[in-house]
Design a protein around this ligand. Structure first.
Ligand code: ATP
Ligand code: LTN
Length: 339
């Protein structure tokens, strides 16, 4: 049978989100955001600022409001195209919270208890282990399943949540009939796990208390160079990729992701030179990557009315798709739709 034009031309869809819990780091950029930009040519994309997820840890309202604007502006500044794709703020699309409730009734307590992010975060925020923190993965499943994506581009740390999303989707489909596309996580090999500059056994995280541990996308060139100079390495003083050299391996990964050089080429480039030269080279490469993003970010942040208008447009487009899936799920579960 001949396929219709629509079938042959339908692009695969991807969805991903980022929390507005601070200025993104180089880890977020290389592990997630930069790949989102590249995916725009080949996929139909939905990318969102996950502000509801940010509420699972205590936020100061005025600061959160500013961070939502900044994260949205940053998504535009790195080159996401709000005319061609759905770029939006999660809480402005009410279907996310609503589907999350339906899915939470198809998620087991035991499954959520096994989530390592929940275990980590409840240790870190032991004074506020709230229901939202525990139910976080069902909201994430709703974010994803509402848009019926084929792929979910994330860093390695989110793989477990993506697996749970697949399990919830499969369970729902088998209980109520085919409703959700079961998506695949799309883990980027390079840049998938950028590590802390101060403790390279941990991932680089924007909420790290030690400012020297991460490069923020807003860091000026001097700060970037200084943080790389202070990066924790080892005492061997040979630039090579090897077990036990977590600090140098991390810097090599960053440099390789940015310059497209492989490990052999980097080892050759820095043969006979000390760590000082290498750290400066990595810092300079990062500064060059950040420069155009920072310039564009400043332009977007200078016009809040334009940001509001783009958010509204994004939310309208997203809720059109989200409402269709939500209604389908409600109907299948036996709920009545508004007449
Ligand atoms: P927080 O520090 O607030 O927990 P985070 O810095 O881990 O947050 P998120 O907002 O949770 O960042 O993640 C946004 C995206 O960036 C996700 O796809 C995540 O997998 C990816 N990501 C986060 N940190 C890294 C990292 N160090 N290396 C590669 N990818 C990362
Ligand atoms: N949990 C993710 C952020 C996130 C997300 C999503 C990622 C919220 N909803 C949906 C992919 C798809 C995180 O902490 N990085």
């Amino acid at each position: 049978m001949q396929q219709t034009t629509e079938q042959t031309e339908r692009k695969k869809r991807v969805l991903s989100c980022i929390q507005p819990t601070g200025i993104p780091t180089l880890g977020n950029y290389l592990g997630a955001l930069r790949n989102w930009v590249d995916m725009q040519d080949s996929f139909d994309c939905a990318f969102a600022v996950a502000d509801l997820h940010a509420l699972t840890v205590r936020q100061e309202p005025s600061k959160l409001r500013q961070q939502i604007y900044e994260m949205f502006a940053l998504l535009l500044a790195i080159g996401l195209d709000p005319e061609k794709h759905m770029i939006f703020v999660q809480s402005q699309v009410p279907q996310h919270a609503e589907l999350s409730w339906l899915l939470s009734c198809c998620t087991q307590f035991g499954e959520l208890s096994r989530m390592t992010q929940f275990k980590d975060k409840s240790q870190k925020h032991s004074d506020n282990i709230n229901l939202g923190l525990f139910a976080y993965p069902t909201l994430m499943a709703a974010d994803i399943l509402l848009y019926q994506p084929d792929f979910v581009p994330v860093g390695e740390d989110q793989k477990q949540h993506c697996e749970l999303t697949r399990n919830i989707a499969e369970r729902f489909n088998s209980l109520y009939g085919s409703t959700f596309t079961v998506p695949e996580p799309y883990i980027m090999r390079r840049g998938g796990r950028v590590r802390s500059l101060q403790d390279p056994t941990k991932k680089m995280s924007k909420s790290d208390e030690n400012q020297n541990a991460f490069i923020s996308l807003k860091d000026d060139p001097d700060t970037v160079l200084r943080k790389f100079r202070r990066a924790v390495t080892d005492s061997e003083a040979v630039v090579r990729y090897a077990e036990g050299k977590d600090g140098i391996n991390n810097l090599m990964d960053i440099y390789s992701t940015i310059t497209d050089k492989d490990y052999d080429a980097i080892e050759a480039e820095f043969a006979g030179r000390g760590y000082g030269d290498f750290k400066t080279a990595v810092g300079e490469a990062v500064v060059e990557v950040l420069k155009p993003v920072q310039e564009c970010f400043a332009v977007y942040m200078s016009d809040k009315a334009q940001l509001d208008a783009l958010m509204k447009q994004g939310a309208e487009r997203a809720s059109w798709v989200a409402a269709r899936t939500l209604n389908k799920a409600k109907k299948k579960m036996g709920l009545l739709l508004e007449k």
